[in-house]
Design a protein around this ligand. Sequence first.
Ligand SMILES: [Zn+2]
Ligand SMILES: [Zn+2]
Length: 170
Amino acid sequence: MKISLSDIRDEGLHIHAQMSPGWLDNIPELKTGEDYTRLASGIDVDLVVTKALREVTVLGNLAFSIEAPCSRCLETVRLDIKPEIRLMLSPADKVKDVDDVDHETYRGDGVDLDDYLRGLIAVSLPVKVVCGEDCKGLCPKCGANLNRETCGCEKEWQDPRFAVLKKLKI
Ligand SMILES: [Zn+2]
Ligand SMILES: [Zn+2]
């Protein structure tokens, strides 16, 4: 997503765009859906670019959905993710540090937001997905989904990951 600084008027430049999954080439697993986590929507970009002297400010948000297995019961969970865009860009010859905003530089008349936006998506992905805080997970012995059924197994603790592995082998 390239912005020409000469297009930014006093009231700011409002951009609303939808990026296709193919644009996400920094997170190939998400793009292709080959990993457990996959992109379940397009990537909505809604932002306003303003310019004061030569400082460029980009504010807005991204919105997209992913599908990933619950880490306890393996049911597919759909999550809507809306990372906030807070970026300041300065000319490359004039860098200064500002707290709590991301800071990048630009050269000439053009600003390319692609790398920043892709990076923002990468850091906004959840490390661990659960379908609900009260998810009971799988029985460590027989692999039954305890949200839907009760099994007759003795309640003896075992690392639930082993049960998951057992279930995958069948
Ligand atoms: Zn669950
Ligand atoms: Zn069981």
